[in-house]
Each structure stands twice: as structure tokens, then as C-alpha cells.
Design a protein around this ligand. Structure first.
Ligand SMILES: Nc1ncnc2c1ncn2[C@@H]1O[C@H](COP(=O)(O)OP(=O)(O)O)[C@@H](O)[C@H]1O
Ligand SMILES: CC(=O)N[C@@H](CCC(=O)OP(=O)(O)O)C(=O)O
Length: 296
């Protein structure tokens, strides 16, 4: 009996959040471990479907860096990164497009559909969803100690997002699953970091939430303790004082950009935990780190 009441209480705890987020768009960046381990793939697909059935509009943007690296290695090509971006020559671009737009995208679509959802896969080329331009990258020359522009190939940054295709899919109750490939104004193909795409898509859709799944509990302080909330004004300090480093820097910057574009809250949460998305959205305490403009 007590067990049954506890189950009812779980549903009741979710009720205010279900009401609050009914009709809201939630953009989820799906990557890391959650995309590799079989049981986590299942729990992710179930979370997305549950969100859809109770009236939210989930939009999935996925990564696939490790999967790209694996195929490149099988083809005898090494992966090189500059400031977290994959150096992308013509041949690498072909592999990136095949892996992200083909293999990874279709696997996620298939997983969601197998569990009873209606997912549709897109790249930024479909409906000209993501217009991109070549990313300008500068690096300090170790000999002259001056900044110089370096060429990292077909790596893009988002110029603009045309969300009409997503809105059309949402109206027909489809769940969009987006691969981070952009198209230039003359039809060139660009490889874009998936966090950057998720942030800009969330901004363009004025999403209620942007959720970035990663391989740590959230953002940690210098003593390794989880920071549960970060005001966007604090982010530059956390970067400058070395609290946030490596792959967490672009993640937090993209949360800041999304919030500045009108996203209510961005969350960095642990993709290694089953049902992390549901726990973030439908429980009072949430999980991971929330990034927003908090009232002072
Ligand atoms: N302050 C911090 N808190 C948590 N993680 C941090 C922090 N600073 C740097 N990191 C690193 O950022 C990593 C997450 O970024 P990244 O590896 O690019 O993730 P993903 O592959 O999920 O996109 C963490 O695994 C951690 O090593
Ligand atoms: C330019 C650039 O680096 N693009 C990424 C795109 C995939 C990605 O972002 O995947 P994760 O989220 O799994 O890292 C890449 O080629 O790996």
C-alpha cells in the first residue's frame, strides 16, 4: 500500500511541471555516453516519447564525435582537433556527413520510433534549417606569440536558423532529430559542433529549456563540488579564473547565448544517469547545473 502511495506521489510531484511546460519546446543536445550505452539509449528514447505524450515539444540535436573518430580510424585517418573543433578536410567532411546524417541520426530516429514515438531525422540542409559560414579560427603562434588565423577546413558556425521545418513537424506531432551539419549560402557543406547548433536552435525556437547531456554530473567548482545554479553574468569569471576548462567552455558559452536569445533556462546534466532528462524537467530539485539569468 505504502509503495502504491509513493508511486502516486511521484506522479503528483510531476503535475505542476507538466502543467507549466505543457506546449513548451525543450531542445535536448544528445551526446556522450548516453548515445553509446545500450540501456541509456533506451531510457533516452523513452524520456523523449514521454515528454511528447504529455504535451511538451522535444527537439533533439545530436553529436557523434566518437562515432566519426571510429570510422575515420577504420579508414586510416587520424582525428585532429583545434580548440575543440575537428579539423575537417574534404574527405573528413564526407565521413562526418555520412556518420552524423546517416548512421547516428537514423539510429536515434529508429530508437524513438521503435518505442512508439514519431521521429523524423534532419540535417541543417533539410528545409535550409541551418545556414552556416566558415568558422574563423585564430591561434597564438608559439614562435612570434602573436595571434594568427588558421584554416581548419569545412568547419562551420551557425549564421542563421530557419525553424519553419521544425515548426511544421511539431504541428503534426513529429519529433525532430537534427544532425549538426550546416549549409552555406552557395550550397557548401559544413561540420558544426553539436553544442553550438543546439544553442542556436533553442534560441531560434525561443525554447523554454535547453538541456545539454554530458559525461559529468554538471559544472563543478574548484573543489569538485557540483554548482547547481549559475547566473549567466558569472560565466566569464568562472572561465577566466580557470574553474571551467576544455569542452565545458563552449558548452557554457552556448548556454549563455541561448539565454540571451530568450531561452528561459539551460541545463548541463549527466547523460550517464538513466532518465536524466525526466528528472531534470519533472522533479522539484532537478539535476545537474542550471544556467539562467536569476533574479538578484
Ligand atoms: N568546471 C568543470 N566542471 C565539469 N566539467 C568540466 C569543468 N571544466 C572542464 N570540464 C570538462 O568538460 C568535459 C565535458 O565537455 P566535453 O568533453 O566536450 O563533453 P561532451 O563530449 O559531452 O560534449 C568534462 O568531462 C570535464 O572533463
Ligand atoms: C566541428 C566539430 O568538431 N564537429 C563535431 C560534430 C559532432 C559533435 O559535436 O559531436 P559531440 O557532441 O559528440 O562532440 C565533430 O566533428 O566531432
Amino acid at each position: 500500500m505504502q509503495e502504491l502511495i509513493a508511486k502516486a506521489n511521484v506522479l503528483l510531484e510531476a503535475l505542476p511541471w507538466i502543467k507549466r511546460f505543457s506546449g513548451a519546446t525543450i531542445v535536448i543536445k544528445y551526446g556522450g555516453n548516453a548515445m553509446v550505452e545500450e540501456h541509456l539509449k533506451e531510457s533516452f528514447a523513452q524520456d523523449i516519447i514521454l515528454m511528447k505524450f504529455i504535451g511538451l515539444n522535444p527537439v533533439v540535436v545530436h553529436g557523434g564525435g566518437p562515432q566519426i573518430g571510429k570510422l575515420l580510424a577504420a579508414l586510416g585517418k587520424e582525428s585532429h582537433f583545434v580548440q575543440g573543433m575537428r579539423v575537417t578536410d574534404r574527405e573528413t567532411m564526407d565521413v562526418v556527413e555520412m556518420v552524423l546524417g546517416g548512421q547516428v541520426n537514423k539510429e536515434i530516429v529508429n530508437n524513438i520510433n521503435r518505442h512508439g514515438g514519431k521521429a523524423v531525422g534532419l540535417t541543417g540542409k533539410d528545409g535550409r534549417l541551418i545556414i552556416a559560414r566558415k568558422m574563423e579560427m585564430t591561434q597564438i603562434n608559439p614562435d612570434t606569440l602573436t595571434p594568427e588565423i588558421i584554416d581548419i577546413g569545412h568547419v562551420g558556425e551557425v549564421e542563421s536558423v530557419n525553424p519553419s521545418i521544425i515548426e511544421a513537424l511539431e504541428k503534426s506531432n513529429f519529433i525532430p532529430v537534427i544532425a549538426p551539419i550546416g549549409v552555406g549560402l552557395s550550397g557548401e557543406t559544413y561540420n558544426i559542433n553539436a553544442d553550438l547548433v543546439a544553442g542556436r536552435i533553442a534560441g531560434a525556437l525561443r525554447a523554454e529549456k535547453l538541456i545539454l547531456l554530458t559525461d559529468v554530473e554538471g559544472v563543478k567548482d574548484r573543489d569538485g563540488r557540483l554548482i547547481s545554479t549559475i547566473d549567466i553574468d558569472r560565466v566569464p569569471d568562472l572561465i577566466n579564473n580557470g574553474t571551467i576548462t576544455g569542452g565545458m567552455i563552449p558548452k557554457l558559452n552556448c548556454c549563455v547565448d541561448a539565454v540571451e536569445e530568450g531561452v528561459h533556462k539551460a541545463h548541463i546534466i549527466d547523460g550517464r544517469m538513466e532518465h536524466a532528462c525526466l528528472l531534470e524537467i519533472f522533479t522539484d530539485q532537478g539535476v545537474g547545473t542550471a544556467v539562467a539569468r536569476f533574479a538578484k
